[in-house]
Ligand binder design. Sequence first.
Ligand code: FAD
Ligand code: UDP
Length: 378
Amino acid sequence: MKYDYLIVGAGLAGATTAHELTKAGFKCLVIDKRPQVGGNVYTENISGINVHKYGAHIFHTSDKQIWDYVNSFVGFNRYTNCPVAQAPDGKLYNLPFNMNTFYQMWGVKTPDEAQRKIDEQRKDALERMHAEGVEEPRNLEEQALTLIGKDIYEKLIKHYTEKQWGRKCTDLPAFIIRRLPVRLTFDNNYFNDSFQGIPVGGYTLLIENMLKGVEVKLNTDYFEHREELHKLADKIIYTGEIDRFYDYRFGHLQYRTVSFETETHDMPNYQGNAVINYTDSETPFTRIIEHKHFEAFGNEVYANPVTVISREYSKEWNPGDEPYYPVNDERNSALYAKYKELADREENVIFCGRLAEYRYYDMHQVISEALKKVKQLL
Ligand code: FAD
Ligand code: UDP
């Protein structure tokens, strides 16, 4: 055998496992069907701006070890995600839900006033749940209504979520909305984590540095070369879709996919923020990303006379589309469990990453899981 490990996928899961196994003295071959490394975190330089080609990515974690780990490959800047929502009433609101949002929504100025307003807003939904003898919210709508109440649900959550997921909020799991912080402070930081930033030079540089000294073959689809690739290595780390690995024998897992309309504009500052969410139902896209704000702050924005924006459209995935978000509803979770049973029986294949584990992982979680998996191999 020429290699100890064949690693399918040059995204974060593939790059982390490849880096660690190479460091431990194993010979690895990384393949990717795409023409470039990075998976979904790939960034491309357009007019001097690192454009997040597969969607905006903000690195955030509270795990000091993971933060030090990524910083050992590339420096990170001080970007803090503070998205703004353009709501159906035509007004702008700060996200996540915090004192600024509550002031903009209801005119309340103190945490006590805001709490009273939220309690009043949640009352109906809580009473309904109690009357039905339900302890835990059964879906995203119930979760949102009992967490933050109806005004915010209707103006900032319902339509955005239904556009993003293509499903009714009553058919989506509650946990999706628990990702968003709710705070009684004037703090627009979208994340609660201790560490946050964007790699200086873009995510592609991070991945390239992780893959230094590792053999990488691009434009190579595992399934088109399965037989010859198996002759090269005994063990496989697979970071692609798990259902495809098993020829969809139990059926297709569903995903949401995203399409991007990227434009360069001849102006230095298009929207004044990296992320503006459109939380109404009429606007067909979910958000507009202005990439330069991830890496240029204050007046630095004006150093480059042009700007690049991407409108993001969320769509149902069809075979052939890029799979982005696993849809962890009941049907798909049950289907995944069947594939996982097969995967657990594999002796020489390790399933790792967002697609192979069919989990809604953030980047820091992918790295952390990949490090755990490698540890078990050493
Ligand atoms: P991927 O990046 O999908 O990599 C898998 C790789 O495997 C791909 O390059 C693919 O081409 C390759 N591959 C698949 N099948 C084959 C095959 N048959 N043969 C060869 N190669 C194959 N996380 C955050 O922490 N912060 C964020 O702000 C954030 N924003 C996000 C925004 C969007 C729109 C999306 C979709 C995700 C976001 N994430 C974010 C999550 C983040 O993208 C993932 O956690 C991470 O990139 C997953 O890495 P991965 O290696 O598991 O998968
Ligand atoms: N969400 C929302 N309104 C917003 C932003 C997010 O209702 O303006 C909801 C939506 O359901 C989304 C979830 O919160 O799926 C989690 O948001 P996050 O930004 O974490 O999603 P990501 O795009 O990172 O997966």
